[in-house]
Design a binder for this molecule. Structure first.
Ligand SMILES: Cc1cc2nc3c(=O)[nH]c(=O)nc-3n(C[C@H](O)[C@H](O)[C@H](O)COP(=O)(O)OP(=O)(O)OC[C@H]3O[C@@H](n4cnc5c(N)ncnc54)[C@H](O)[C@@H]3O)c2cc1C
Ligand SMILES: NC(=O)C1=CN([C@@H]2O[C@H](COP(=O)(O)OP(=O)(O)OC[C@H]3O[C@@H](n4cnc5c(N)ncnc54)[C@H](OP(=O)(O)O)[C@@H]3O)[C@@H](O)[C@H]2O)C=CC1
Length: 473
């Protein structure tokens, strides 16, 4: 029987951050990290780009390289007995704990669930194994179908080489979970033959102020700007080449379409799409990537039922506590079940896995020491730093007008192939921002959002000749 004060389960960003936070807060206490894989993820190159917004890289390392104050066991959690404070693992270990944090992450939520789970030709991307499966399938592929319009689809659609990519999306613009139609168009223009752009005269900057209803481009506008995609560098370590040979192809995008039915062929899949207007279309492909979101993963038994949120995540309060005494949760496995701050909402990202893991660690340490703490300020404002289509992207607050209904207006500044800046204003206050390119506006936007400064007097705040920071520094 192993005993520990703090037990953390899961070697992803949330679990590792939680364990490392505990090692800082309670260096004399016993801390044990149990994870099913001998590879754990850790944060490196943490760089603040605003007071509460950080850019960082995620690195994989061997679990044995965890810092000395943290014990590690490579094993799978099978059972939690919250009443008696012990867990049991697949390897037959029984571990008693004082405080437990569940950081068991998520799994790909496949488009047809269990039905396609066993299909070798339907891939969900989560970890290294799934990418290696993708690589294997790519080896003989000429046609790949990507389903979904979020982070993974946006990355894959562009990164896949020498293969015909069929990108099936429900929306009328690409990357809808991250950007608005304007930014989608900015990305597509930037990707349509880089050499074309070089031959053109220097692009002029466009300044626009629009009411909500004006911001969605017409179908025709959208259709004529076919093209594509993108991505950041989680693929750097994988060669994602198909067998279609030849140059990098732009994906064929099927806007406002759904998979109506699918059938396994001898060496591929036949997919029948249904468009919003009722039209149907068939696509034969070698395999399908279901980039259709994350399912929180908690495939272990508990003696008492864990309260789950509507999305299947373990419900946690602002201190990352679950409904079970001394049991916490953080990262993709959990769902924020506290009244969210005005400018924050949950999105399953490294960014939030790190913030939640740190919050859980501080909260468990405070409980152990009998201290009272408050929620970290990072939960006051949604912030996310990433790369899309080869551009640095910062998303802040309600960057797509999330939850603002229709009474907001947009300020846009766009210089093709250079920058796309969108301010979401409600009653003259900045409520969200999309910053694409090297805009250096993250800290200014953070201040404007958090301080709710009335911007109505500043009609031309996005005029490139005006240094916004001078206004407000
Ligand atoms: C392809 C891809 C690209 C992404 N790109 C980005 C990006 O660019 N930026 C960004 O912010 N986010 C990105 N994300 C999202 C990000 O990866 C997740 O939000 C984040 O990693 C979640 O961290 P986590 O620690 O909660 O979960 P995970 O990273 O899933 O870690 C969970 C850990 O728990 C372990 N585990 C699970 N069950 C058990 C068990 N029963 N017993 C023991 N161990 C167990 C798992 O093995 C794993 O080690 C991406 C996700 C994917 C799939
Ligand atoms: N650069 C980054 O920051 C990246 C972040 N990630 C994160 O990793 C996680 C996994 O990424 P991903 O899988 O792309 O998840 P996302 O949540 O980003 O995107 C899922 C997409 O699939 C769509 N979808 C869901 N179900 C279906 C369906 N049955 N048929 C068609 N479309 C469907 C969703 O549409 P709808 O929203 O309308 O339901 C959404 O467009 C996410 O949390 C994501 O944020 C991943 C890659 C890069």
């Amino acid at each position: 029987m192993t005993e520990t004060t703090f037990l953390v389960v899961g070697g992803g960003i949330a679990g590792v951050t939680c364990a490392e936070t505990l090692a800082i807060c309670c260096p004399a206490a016993s801390i044990l990290l149990v994870t099913e894989s001998s590879i754990v993820k850790t944060v490196t190159n943490l760089v603040p780009i605003a007071r509460y917004l950080h850019q960082f890289d995620v690195r994989e390392k061997c679990v044995d390289d965890m810092s000395s104050g943290i014990g590690t066991i490579v094993d799978q959690l099978l059972e939690v007995n919250a009443t008696q404070h012990w867990v049991r693992t697949k390897g037959g270990k029984k571990i008693t704990y004082r405080y437990l944090c569940l950081c068991t992450g998520g799994a790909p939520r496949l488009f047809a669930g269990e039905q396609v789970q066993k299909y070798e030709r339907v891939v969900g991307i989560r970890d290294t194994d799934s990418v290696l499966q993708l690589q294997r399938l790519l080896g003989n592929a000429k046609d790949v179908l990507i389903l979904g319009n979020g982070g993974i689809a946006s990355e894959l659609a562009y990164e896949l080489h020498d293969v015909n990519v069929h990108w099936v999306i429900k929306d009328n613009h690409i990357s809808a979970t991250f950007v608005d139609p304007g930014a989608a168009e900015f990305f597509q223009i930037s990707q349509q033959g880089k050499e074309e752009a070089a031959a053109k005269p220097a692009p002029s900057t466009v300044l626009k102020r629009m009411r909500y209803s004006e911001m969605v481009p017409t179908e025709q506008e959208q259709q004529k700007k076919r093209g594509a995609a993108l991505g950041p560098d989680w693929h750097r370590s994988y060669d994602l080449c198909g067998q279609a040979g030849g140059e990098h192809r732009l994906p064929k995008i099927y806007y406002k379409s759904y998979i109506d039915r699918h059938e396994l062929l001898e060496n591929g899949l036949r997919v029948t799409l249904r468009y919003e207007d009722g039209r149907m279309e068939q696509i034969n492909c070698d395999f399908l990537v279901s980039a259709t979101g994350v399912e929180p993963r908690h495939d272990f038994a508990t003696d008492l039922p864990l309260t789950l949120a509507a999305d299947g995540g373990i419900a946690v309060d602002e201190m990352m506590r679950t409904n079970l005494t001394d049991v916490y949760a953080a990262g993709d496995v959990c769902s924020a079940n506290w009244p969210p701050a005005e400018h924050w909402f949950q999105m399953r990202l490294w960014t939030q896995a790190r913030q939640m893991g740190g919050m859980a660690g501080r909260s468990m340490a405070a409980a152990f020491e009998g201290e009272t703490i408050y929620q970290d300020f990072c939960f006051e404002l949604f912030g996310h730093v990433t790369q899309l289509f080869g551009f640095p992207v910062v998303l802040m607050g309600r960057f797509n007008g999330q939850g603002l209904g229709r009474d907001y207006e947009l300020l846009l500044r766009c210089t093709p192939n250079k920058e796309y800046i969108k301010f979401v204003l409600q009653n003259g206050r900045l409520r969200g921002a999309i910053l694409i390119g090297d805009t250096d506006l993250a800290e200014t936007c953070e201040n404007l959002i958090l301080n709710a400064i009335d911007l109505s007097p500043f009609e031309n705040i996005l005029d490139p000749n005006i240094d916004i920071e001078d206004y407000f520094d």
